[in-house]
Design a binder for this molecule. Sequence first.
Ligand code: PMP
Length: 401
Amino acid sequence: QSVWSQVPQAPPDAILGVTEAFKADKSPKKLNLGVGAYRTEEGKPVVLDVVKEAEQRIVNSPTGDKEYLGIGGLPEFCRLSAQLAYGECSKVLQEGRVAVVQSLSGTGSLRVGGEFLAAHYPHKIIYLPTPTWANHNKIFPNAGLEVRKYRYYLPRTRLLDYEGMMEDLKSAPQGAVVLLHACAHNPTGVDPSPQQWEGIRSIIQQRQLLPFFDSAYQGFASGSLERDATAVRMFADAGMELLLSQSYAKNMGLYGERVGALSVVTTDPKTTKKVESQLKQVIRPMYSNPPRHGAAIVAMILGNPKLYEHWKVELKGMADRIITMREKLHQALVDQGAPGDWSFILKQIGMFSFTGLTKEQVTNMTNKWHIYMTFDGRISMAGLSASCCSYLAEAMIDSYK
Ligand code: PMP
């Protein structure tokens, strides 16, 4: 009898479990639209050419070694990451008001940010949108924060529930933390318009709430790094304090390298220093210091004008392919006479489309059509190719019945 015999079986992960089921399916028609990773038109994972080039330069560098990084990571990486998010001419950067540490991709940033808040911020409540990326619901309680919800998506209109969101933010207790998806909201693909962002910003400022931006898709959503940073910059430029999690998983395709950044905007350089010292206090007993390879790649690309331009072209290529898939799926649904209005597929942005399929309908998609997706009805547009759109449309029409 094992000492672990009483350990209960944990349920499979809501998102990663889909890939497990997909792998076990023997059908040649099978399609995995569950996981949030970019695929080529041929369904293959990609390493960006600019990443390969940066890796070559790193490997060939005479100064390269495998020493530990500092607790806060590679300084050049941190500086360039903040510049990418807040903008080159950003006031908060010029004034020394941003504490930055390297992190274990977006997930690691959120967790370190959550633990920092639990230790040093007087209000222990974080508001999450309904729905949100499933992992948010676990990261923040594990970090020691109480999770509450604000309305975000209205299934009836398939649009932002702006009024509901504003009401919930108005009634949130003063000081509460509010998690905001910087762009390409996961799983709905529904983002506020710039005017709505301004309304959200203003209510957050009035109520003295603390914004925590989750930016997992900068440049990957619209194809423009600037456009996808609009909300973060709007808040920072308005003189607000905030937290920001950045991930290079999608926009540089560095998923498994686990490279990201956490930054905290404060009011003055002295506070920035103190905050940075406490972020390191969270990191040191958790994983000591972050890995260097991914950060070296990012720092090389962001710091070299030629590589940076090359990256922007490849990034736009990925974003454009996803936008094209939206058009093709929409067209296939219309061509096959699907009843109703499907324009939401074109309006949504980012890697995912929120189809509105119910759990039972998703089960039909999987069992009958071998199409794998999460039970909330989310499909990854990046996992789709032009040749599959017609098959997917047929399956969707059948499942909606
Ligand atoms: N936040 C959101 C909204 C995401 O969609 C993701 C990736 N699925 C992440 C954070 C974190 O991903 P990673 O830890 O791989 O950077």
